[in-house]
Design a protein around this ligand. Sequence first.
Ligand code: NAP
Length: 235
Amino acid sequence: MRIVLITGGSRGIGASCVRKFAEAGDKVYFLYRSSHANAKALEEETGAVGICCDVTDPAAVKEAFRNFLDGVDVLVNNAGLAGFSLFQDLSEEDWQRILDVNLGGVFRCTKAALPKMIARGSGCVINLSSMWGQVGASCEVAYSAAKAGIIGLTKALAKEVGPSGIRVNCVAPGVVQTEMNALLSAETMAELAEETPLGRIGRAEEVAATVFWLASDQASFVTGQVIAPNGGFVI
Ligand code: NAP
């Protein structure tokens, strides 16, 4: 049975990943920051184990990984935070926070997971980027920078740990219906759907299916790649 750890598992795409891996019979753990009720409900629904852990807190991440004495087989770095503002209005604090949750979280959790993967000579890391990390989004400079950073991290790390039998890949979704986009108006969401060649917004389960495939033996020769479930928005 694989040990799978998903960060940001309490809601949205992370929660869909928890369901997908749990349904497949994996032993699933997930980290979350503040959605306690969601986490509890998901634990009851799936049998997964939620661990309250802010991925920006190095000591908390270290503590969380004490649960995995034998290591994790699959790490899904999904925890993320978006922020919408003009670049001129982007504060130092927001810049730091967005970089730290999205990119710093990937750094910290991957660093905690790798030693045991390297010792075992196997493992799989999947990082959630975004199509905005590929092409940039107006009024989301910090988020786009963080998600582009995740792509760079993924490619570099894939080269570094490939010889140790570890695959590192990236998933760069298009617009997906989750609370992350709750700040966008219905009109903006309709426009984004219209801009998407498949003519609709994506579903969290569709992203989870891509993550699940990357973690499977079907993807055993895939590493350092950016796989994009985006409805054709970015081609
Ligand atoms: P979401 O609905 O906003 O959920 C975010 C998740 O991340 C929650 O479980 C949240 O936990 C967790 N989280 C946030 N900050 C955290 C922290 N400091 N420590 C630990 N957990 C933290 O987001 P989503 O739409 O599912 O997005 C999931 C991933 O996909 C993100 O990396 C996002 O950037 C990426 N993505 C999303 C879209 C989209 O359109 N939705 C598109 C492209 C890429 P709590 O609720 O407990 O705080």
